[in-house]
Design a protein around this ligand. Structure first.
Ligand SMILES: [Ca+2]
Ligand SMILES: [Ca+2]
Ligand SMILES: [Ca+2]
Length: 231
């Protein structure tokens, strides 16, 4: 089965009357998280998850976040009917006898759940904040190939579109001096507006490629200092 992370779900609820007087218990979870794990198994056969975090470190090395739950069920009949043995003729009038092996295997049940991603993590910038960069003054730039001002990088713990980042420069008096590549995070001087003066502006990173409902990062302050050269 498959369900989204962080949700509270009943993954199994055995219907009446089969539930009567049977006891269910959790045997194992793989991988196991924390002291109690992800699942709660009630004696009446209800299995709940209180929310599985797909970004939990235990899924780091898994291409798909999966949890395998093993539960054991024991019923009064287990004690009433003795274990079958190979001694003596089989009594076909007792249905449990020829099904012994099957019954034993039914004591353990396995539930494999695939945890799908939801967008519950904001992008986060790497490195120092503020980011302080130097940019050469006009005299030097004329002798060099045009160069970028800086590169910023943010990461997002989600996957897929939930982690697809779009960078933007927050609008300000100096924002028009710069252009940022929305996906690479490279910041260029805007040829038509750039001024060789110190400037400070904010960059934000949005997930969902900046689409509706996106989450955004803290503001990254970028300080550009013009390096004056004497030639
Ligand atoms: Ca999560
Ligand atoms: Ca997530
Ligand atoms: Ca995200």
């Amino acid at each position: 089965m498959e369900f989204p992370e962080e949700s509270e779900q009943t993954i199994y609820d055995i219907p009446e009357p089969d539930v009567q007087n049977c006891n269910w218990r959790k045997v194992s979870e793989e991988p196991f998280s924390g002291t109690d794990g992800f699942y709660v198994v009630y004696e009446n056969g209800t299995i709940l998850t209180s929310g599985i975090d797909r970004e939990d470190n235990i899924f780091n090395n898994m291409s798909v976040a999966e949890v395998l739950l093993q539960v054991n069920v024991s019923c009064p009949n287990d004690e009433i009917y003795p274990e079958a043995t190979s001694d003596g003729p089989s009594d076909r009038s007792k249905p449990w006898y020829p099904l012994r092996n099957l019954r034993n295997s039914q004591r353990d049940m396995y539930f494999l759940t695939v945890i799908t991603d939801i967008n519950d993590n904001n992008p986060e910038f790497e490195g120092t904040n503020p980011l302080i960069v130097g940019y050469p003054d006009a005299k030097v730039v004329k002798q060099l190939l045009p160069q970028n001002v800086a590169t910023v990088k943010a990461t997002d713990k989600d996957i897929g579109i939930n982690a697809l980042i779009r960078y933007e420069i927050e609008k300000s008096d100096v924002s028009s001096w710069f252009v940022i590549h929305p996906h690479t995070g490279v910041i260029y001087p805007n040829e038509n507006h750039f001024q060789f003066k110190d400037a400070e502006f904010n960059v934000i990173a949005k997930d969902l490629d900046g689409g509706q409902g996106c989450l955004q990062s803290e503001k990254l302050v970028v300080k550009v200092n013009i390096i004056i050269t004497r030639m």
